[in-house]
Design a protein around this ligand. Structure first.
Ligand SMILES: O=C(O)CCC(=O)C(=O)O
Ligand SMILES: [Fe+2]
Length: 306
């Protein structure tokens, strides 16, 4: 496969990110940082206060729920418990400690706006986007978004929701963003699932990326391009513990080890929202699938969004 556009400079992007990373490290170890406490935001609202437990520190760039939560038991099955009283914490950029010893790294400006816009245009035009049909409770349904999948080699196929993605070779711009994600996450990635949300009607339901091929405690990093969308995270042990991020063009979110085991995430449908968004989700396949029928595939599209 050949691509029409030249990649932008990986070295420049990675250097910029390394500078930011040093900045965040310095901030997170700084005792003198300010100590503002932010209130959780009620579900569905865009401001105000909610009733969630604990609080977290925004100014210190190291944010942590103060009230410890019970450890998650029994996998990722959705539980209704707590969902009715859900409120969202909306942390600012930095390192975010989640209950249970897991961690996120969140940046809003890992890419300058112009760079993010140019990358969006390139990938929108040049990726082999496809709308897959997935099997949900025995029925074949079109996935509510377009996807593309790239990886280091043909053996790194990825099966979920009853369908297998065969990897394409790396697009130069995706390779550039992979280097950016690797610098932020401090790990190497060998695969990337890209999602194209054509409008607010496209979505991804609650799920975790805990398939066998990614190993026990995978690190997954996403880079966002295009229009902003909500990215939600909720704790398996208590669905009322939720986080919300507004991932705009140039944002980067690293879900650290354990997040796929203790939490689920989604990009909910927001009918009426215009604007396209691309997310690139970088992963490391550690146990390649033996075939689409090895039972290793997870399910992403069977849950309920929002
Ligand atoms: O679009 C996003 O930010 C999330 C995508 C996602 O969760 C996935 O591809 O597994
Ligand atoms: Fe995911």
């Amino acid at each position: 496969m050949s691509w029409r556009t030249k990649p932008c400079s990986t070295a420049t992007l990675v250097r910029r990110l390394a500078q930011q990373t040093n900045f965040w490290r310095a901030m997170s170890s700084s005792k003198g940082a300010s100590d503002a406490t932010a209130a959780p935001v009620a579900a569905g609202g865009s401001g105000g206060t909610g009733s969630g437990s604990g609080s977290y520190k925004v100014g210190a760039k190291r944010q942590r729920l103060l009230a410890p939560l019970p450890a998650s038991k029994g996998g990722n099955k959705p539980k209704a418990k707590g969902a009715a009283t859900a409120s969202y914490r909306e942390p600012g950029p930095g390192r975010i400690e989640l209950p249970g010893g897991t961690e996120l790294t969140y940046r809003t400006d890992a890419l300058p706006a112009a760079e993010a816009a140019a990358l969006f245009a390139t990938l929108r035009r040049e990726m082999p986007w496809e709308q897959r049909s997935v099997r949900i409770m025995g029925r074949a349904l079109p996935q509510p978004r377009l996807v593309a999948y790239q990886a280091d080699g043909p053996e790194l196929s990825y099966t979920y929701s009853g369908a297998t993605l065969a990897p394409a070779p790396w697009h130069p711009s995706v390779r550039t963003l992979k280097a950016l994600a690797e610098a932020a996450a401090g790990t190497r990635f060998n695969a990337c699932l890209l999602n194209l949300y054509r409008s607010g009607s496209d979505s991804i339901a609650w799920h975790s990326d805990n398939e066998r091929l990614f190993g026990e405690r995978p690190v997954i990093a996403s880079v966002s391009l295009g229009a902003p969308r909500e990215f939600l995270l909720r704790c398996n042990a208590d669905h009322s513990v939720r986080y919300r991020f507004r991932l705009g063009g140039g944002a980067l979110l690293v879900m650290g080890p354990g997040v796929q085991q203790g939490w689920m995430h989604s990009v909910p449908r927001r009918a009426g929202m215009a604007g396209e968004r691309i997310s690139l989700t970088f992963r490391t396949v550690v146990a390649p699938e033996r075939g689409a029928t090895d039972g290793g595939g997870g399910s992403i599209d069977g849950g309920v969004g929002g």
